[in-house]
Write a protein that binds this ligand. Structure first.
Ligand code: F3S
Length: 81
């Protein structure tokens, strides 16, 4: 099982993530990405069929802002690493 969250402090609105994984990432008014699944909370497991897209997005983000983990992210982004 994978979980994902966008580090919005480092996202530079590249938009590569939404191209790689359109069902997982969308953008706010400023182009900053967020995880669609649970409004960027990082608590909702990524559906099995979307994990490959997630890995593509993770690989394609130039600023490393797509976070991916085997356990849910907490509210404290700095500790979620
Ligand atoms: Fe931001 Fe990376 Fe996506 S910079 S818009 S999270 S590809």
């Amino acid at each position: 099982v994978k979980y994902t969250i966008v580090d919005q402090d480092t996202c530079i609105a590249c938009s590569a993530c939404g191209i790689a994984a359109p069902d997982l990432f969308d953008y706010d008014d400023e182009g900053t990405s967020f995880a669609i699944l649970d409004d960027n909370q990082g608590h909702t497991p990524v559906p099995e069929e979307l994990v490959e897209d997630l890995e593509d997005a993770y690989d394609s983000c130039p600023s490393g802002s797509i976070k991916m983990a085997d356990t849910p992210f907490t509210c404290e982004k700095s500790e979620a690493g």
